[in-house]
Design a protein around this ligand. Structure first.
Ligand code: UDP
Length: 481
């Protein structure tokens, strides 16, 4: 191989959503004749190998390699959201210096016979830009949270300067004035959860501050959105980060680009896309087949969020009381604390047997695309939000952390495709939200969803904005290499 072959090093933050997006981007780059190394933490890599076909899937690309790095935690550490800070500490103490050593010694370059020419790390990895600058390699950040959340991060210095953060007093309904473009609808409670802390020295705030300083310094930033969805935010964001590549919805752009790739001869694009870190329960699809069309509420809080036992029971009661069939993902470790099955009220058990289905993890894109699904009770993770928009499924949003609070505000107030019930924990509110979603508000939501889903589909066609931005990214990677 010649030394000018473009070679990208992708380095996702060790979480399901970013890893999934990174692997999709990796394949898109591979089919465009760019060499790719994906650097995962050893823990993520183990789970991928255990539950997916990534090895055989990627073996068809001779220009692809997986590499692994320690996350600094013992193997049996739960790596749960509750112990998030330990994950960041582990990375700071072990991963960051190891990454620098790897890059300075050129280990990825020698293994793949061509040097790394562009680094694409997660946007929260400020240390990667320091290393890139030290060794003189261009870096493009991959931002896997929503543009509206990224925008609130980039505005953090301004929010602090204006005295809006940390909050003064407990009133979360105070309007936020210093996130341009959102003045008419953003309240304190809609900012990412870590803005609620009363001191700025906490670790998450430090990470966000650094992200706000580092992301604008990169060669560019890749964002998983499409122009029409986030135009009102992108116009402001580009004042700070002029070079944005909006390549979303990445999961559909990925499917459509791979399906037309003659080199791959893909028969069934659906069968190849799992990047799940848990085993997918596919029997839920047969259960869905037996439900009436547009009847089932799908419930998931994603890969990180954790509910209290009390919260879980309120949701469960609310669903049962709504009288609708439901499919609920109960991810291992997603409930804080324990409960005894004998304590579960009989009515919940009986009604769930009749019209409920629990699974530990499901093939979500396929579930949302199923004709039996009528609504999505979601934590408002960004990937889940995009997947729901593409499949025109209205949402009930119960956000937990990171970008979820701001995403759910955009779902309800800007895109008008769902109901935001943030900061509540009440079976009556949940039952009412389910009924409103299915009856009273359904037509309005579907009208908005139809328009957004149409724009999403257009954005990934040959002349569409996301299709063209992906091409621009590919060309830029080749030209800066
Ligand atoms: N997901 C899945 N099966 C499940 C639950 C979630 O495949 O049972 C996928 C979902 O399709 C999405 C990702 O996990 O792509 C979750 O990402 P998101 O950004 O929505 O939330 P996070 O997990 O980062 O909080």
């Amino acid at each position: 191989m010649s030394t000018t072959t473009p070679h990208v090093l992708l380095f996702p933050i060790p979480m399901q959503g970013p890893v999934n997006c990174t692997l999709k981007l990796a394949e898109l780059l591979c089919i465009s004749n760019i060499s790719v190394t994906v650097l995962n933490t050893e823990h993520i890599q183990r789970n991928l190998l255990l539950h997916t076909n990534v090895v055989s899937r990627f073996s068809r690309y001779t220009n692809f390699r997986f590499e692994a790095i320690s996350d600094g935690l013992p193997e049996d550490h739960p790596r749960s959201a509750e112990r998030f800070m330990e994950m960041f500490e582990g990375m700071k103490n072990v991963t960051v210096p190891a990454f620098r050593d790897m890059m300075v010694s050129g280990c990825f370059s020698s293994k793949s016979e061509c040097p790394v020419t562009v680094i694409i790390p997660d946007a929260s990895f400020s240390f990667a830009l320091d290393v890139a600058e030290e060794i003189g390699i261009p870096l493009i950040y991959f931002e896997t949270v929503s543009p509206c959340a990224l925008w609130t991060y980039l505005c953090l210095p301004k929010l602090i300067e204006a005295g809006e953060v940390p909050f003064n007093g407990d009133d979360l309904d105070v309007p936020v004035k210093n996130v341009p473009g959102t003045e008419a609808f953003l309240r304190r409670r809609d900012l990412p959860d870590f803005y609620r802390r009363d001191n700025l020295t906490n670790h998450t705030m430090q990470i966000i501050m650094k992200e706000a300083q580092y992301v604008p310094r990169a060669h560019g930033v890749i964002i998983n959105t499409f122009e029409e969805l986030d135009a009102s935010i992108l116009v402001h964001l580009r004042n700070v980060c002029p070079n944005t590549y909006c390549i979303g919805p990445l999961h559909t752009l990925f499917k459509s680009r791979l399906s037309i790739e003659p080199k791959l001869e893909i028969q069934d694009p659906q069968s190849i896309v799992s990047n799940s870190l848990w085993e997918e329960n596919r029997t839920c699809l047969s259960w869905l087949d037996k439900q009436p069309p547009k009847s089932v509420i799908y419930v998931s809080v994603g890969s990180l969020a954790m509910m209290t036992v009390d919260q879980f029971f309120e949701i469960w009661h609310g669903l049962v009381n709504s009288g609708k069939p439901f499919l609920m993902v109960k991810r291992p470790g997603s409930i804080i604390g324990d409960y005894d099955d004998n304590q579960v009220p009989k009515v919940l058990m009986d009604e769930t047997k009749k019209r409920g289905f629990f699974a530990e993890w499901v093939p979500q894109e396929e579930v949302l695309a199923h004709s039996a699904i009528v609504g999505f009770f979601t934590h408002s993770g960004w990937n889940s939000t995009l997947e729901s928009i593409v499949e025109k499924v209205p949402m009930i949003c119960l956000p937990f952390y990171v970008d979820q609070q701001v995403n759910s505000r955009f779902v309800s107030e800007i895109w008008k495709i769902g109901i935001d019930i943030k900061d509540t924990n009440d079976r009556v509110i949940i039952e009412k939200a389910v009924n409103n979603l299915i009856n009273l508000k359904r037509n309005d939501f579907i009208k908005s969803l139809n328009a957004l889903a149409k724009s999403a589909a257009e954005s990934i066609t040959k002349d569409g904005s996301s299709f063209m931005d992906l091409n621009r990214l590919i060309n830029d990677i080749k030209s800066i290499s």
